[in-house]
Ligand binder design. Structure first.
Ligand code: NAG
Ligand code: NAG
Length: 375
């Protein structure tokens, strides 16, 4: 007897559900079709806001490059930073980034969609900047990898740029070493053979490295645990070993940044991750590192009250291989890519990253005050 009314209720519920679903779909479509003019321009990638920023999909650059093959923007590198020149092909071969056509030929200025300008090379002389008028769509990108405290405030350039390129989180184009998602074709991780416990590569010519907080911490640490210090001068090793070989032979590596500053996490951290070694970090707070990698992949000096406690912990891990190996659990899901170690490629990653991103971010904007926010 109750059957007709139940089916009626069901039918009404069904119709209501379908109608509701339709409305939700319409709302979603509407929201995705209008860009929000108020907020900071974001590329299409940002439709996945809850994904950790640094864990990029290794497959993504390739497909993006593929679809934009025809209309890739032209990017002019106005100065070679510190005169360190590399082959633009490196962007594709080393980083799988080729979102733009790169050139250093200034005669192409008027045709360039983007002009990448290395801050330090302006040298307080605005005549070092392009002087001819820029086309409406052309964007100037401020390129600065220095720490705020080391960045010279050059007068008169505050209002000239459209995008910023730096290691800082708030930069339009952020340069950082990031993990890539593992593809099923990738090889399984095998822990390299370990011959040393704790290592540190120290560039004898790098005076900052010997004056900073890291060196002070090292001096305390070394009174409690043996540290193999490998000296290099300008990245050259005496015995012909290479950087990654040395690091991979160590269980732990001192990834001490020369300066403790927000977002300032450099190759010294990427090196051990790529080599299959546990980084001991000294730099910005743990949470800042966890923007880039899983928290269980490294040890932070701040996790311990002092150097002695850290040394004890490392000695415990040295005897407990199960606990040590847990620091590599992330390798089931991610890969860390080796960074180039040649001097001339010091800025290659930043330049390639800019090239990759301009293909994705065709946004118009200007930066009223460059230094505000950065400093
Ligand atoms: C963003 O995605 C939409 C479709 O989802 C596409 O039409 C558009 O070209 C993309 N924009 C960029 C800058 O990639
Ligand atoms: C770039 O910035 C300049 C200076 O603020 C501005 O005049 C120009 O319209 C901007 N261009 C684009 C493409 O956003």
């Amino acid at each position: 007897m109750a059957c007709p009314s139940i089916s009626l209720v069901l039918r009404v519920t069904l119709i209501a559900t379908i109608a509701l679903a339709g409305i939700i779909v319409l709302i979603l479509m509407y929201h995705q079709s209008i860009p929000s003019p108020m907020c900071h321009p974001t590329p299409n990638r940002s439709k996945r806001p809850h994904r950790p920023v640094a864990l990029s999909d290794a497959k993504q650059p390739q497909s993006v490059a593929g679809t934009q093959q025809k209309d890739k923007p032209l990017m002019l590198l106005w100065f070679w930073p510190e005169d360190k020149k590399f082959d633009f092909q490196d962007c594709k071969t080393l980083f799988n980034m080729d979102g733009c056509h790169l050139t250093d030929d200034r005669s192409l200025y008027s045709r360039a969609h983007d002009v990448l300008i290395f801050h330090r090379a302006i040298k307080d002389d605005l005549s070092n900047l392009p002087t001819s008028p820029r086309a409406g769509i052309q964007r100037w990108i401020w390129f600065n990898m220095d720490l705020p405290k080391n960045t010279r405030r050059i007068a008169g350039i505050q209002g000239l740029f459209n995008l910023t390129l730096s290691y800082r989180k708030e930069a339009d184009i952020r340069v950082r070493w990031q993990l890539t998602h593992k593809r099923n074709t990738d090889e399984d991780f095998v822990l390299p053979k370990k011959e040393r416990l704790l290592c540190w590569i120290l560039d004898t010519e790098d005076l900052d490295a010997k004056s900073g907080e890291g060196y002070k911490y090292f001096q305390k640490l070394v009174t409690h645990i043996k540290v193999d210090v490998i000296h290099t001068s300008s990245g050259k090793f005496l015995n012909g070993e290479n950087y990654f070989q040395i690091i991979s032979s160590c269980k732990f590596y001192l990834s001490f940044e020369n300066s403790v500053d927000r977002d300032y996490i450099t190759e010294t951290f990427n090196g051990p991750l790529a080599a299959g070694t546990v980084p001991i970090v000294l730099g910005p707070p743990r949470s800042n590192y966890e923007d880039l990698v899983p928290g269980s992949s490294f040890i932070h000096v701040n996790d311990f009250s002092d150097a002695e406690k850290l040394a004890e912990f490392l000695q415990t891990l040295d005897k407990d291989s199960k606990a040590y190996e847990r620091y590599f659990d992330w390798r089931q899901f991610y890969n860390a890519r080796r960074h180039p170690t040649e001097q001339n490629r010091e800025f290659a990653h930043a330049i390639c990253q800019a090239c990759q991103d301009v293909g994705l971010k065709r946004v118009y904007r200007d930066i009223p005050d460059l230094y505000k926010g950065f400093m």
